[in-house]
Design a protein around this ligand. Structure first.
Ligand code: HEC
Ligand code: HEC
Ligand code: HEC
Ligand code: HEC
Length: 151
């Protein structure tokens, strides 16, 4: 072994030793219990409150709306896309426990003219200029009412 390496060897040993000591204190106890992650992360995640219902939950009480939506252009969307996570409302079905998102910015998330979106996939308008005579899109396009303008 060349003399330079012999001199560096103790330094390497000190570095590796330091690394192992620091690692010992920094790596959480349950790391690697099940795989390359902290085992306790499963307990942390399971203890978080659920907030999302499923659209099947909504269909149970709102089958009328479900039927309407099936004939609407929005048939492919889940109720939760426009009404929020919804579990609170499923547990306690009051109006104030559910959202009705409908503003120009909200609808624009999917419909704002965007060169990166294919117009074959989705109708697009410029929300800054499209029928600004009314504040809210749903005054003309209510997702739960057949809208005949676009047949
Ligand atoms: C257990 C039955 C039940 C389930 C499940 C349920 N709802 Fe409702 N929902 C109701 C009732 C009852 C009302 C009327 C509440 C009121 O007028 O106070 C309502 C009202 C609403 C409203 C109108 C709120 C308003 O401001 O007028 C929306 C929107 C709604 N539900 C969406 C949903 C969605 C989305 C889901 C699924 C996540 C869902 N509901 C699941 C019973 C239910
Ligand atoms: C594209 C967005 C969108 C989707 C998807 C959607 N909704 Fe709605 N929903 C709305 C908007 C916006 C309103 C408010 C309409 C209004 O105020 O006149 C509304 C209103 C409602 C109401 C109140 C109706 C009333 O007559 O007052 C209920 C109940 C409801 N939605 C349930 C559902 C359910 C159940 C689903 C899934 C099957 C669903 N919605 C999917 C946007 C949506
Ligand atoms: C998650 C994405 C998404 C959101 C949010 C959304 N839409 Fe749509 N919308 C669609 C898709 C997908 C279609 C059907 C395909 C297409 O547009 O070519 C559609 C179709 C439409 C159409 C044309 C068809 C028809 O039924 O008359 C109108 C108008 C429309 N949406 C208005 C709205 C309004 C108003 C809102 C807000 C309440 C809204 N959309 C929210 C995805 C969305
Ligand atoms: C005053 C009524 C009115 C309001 C408000 C309105 N629209 Fe429209 N929308 C129309 C009419 C009418 C058409 C048919 C094409 C036209 O005349 O521009 C249309 C067409 C569309 C289309 C289909 C475009 C196409 O390529 O065929 C979409 C998507 C749409 N609107 C979404 C929206 C959204 C999102 C909002 C809210 C930012 C909104 N509209 C607000 C009346 C309205």
């Amino acid at each position: 072994m060349p003399i330079q390496l012999k001199r560096l060897l103790p330094l390497f040993i000190i570095f590796i030793g330091l690394f192992l000591i620091v690692r010992h204190f920094l790596v959480p106890d349950t790391f690697g219990q099940y795989g390359h992650y902290r085992g306790d992360a499963l307990i942390d995640n399971a203890s978080r409150n659920l907030v999302h219902a499923s659209k099947e939950d909504c269909h149970e009480c709102h089958s009328d709306i479900q039927e309407k939506l099936e004939n609407d252009m929005h048939a492919s969307l889940s109720c939760l896309v426009c009404h929020g996570p919804g579990l609170m409302h499923v547990a306690d079905p009051l109006a104030e426990n559910i959202e009705k998102m409908s503003g120009r910015t909200f609808c624009g998330r999917c419909h704002q003219l965007n060169a990166a979106r294919s117009t074959d996939m989705i109708y697009q308008i410029d929300i800054a200029t499209h029928h600004t005579e009314k504040d809210n899109c749903i005054e003309c396009h209510n997702p739960h009412e057949v809208w005949e303008g676009l047949e």
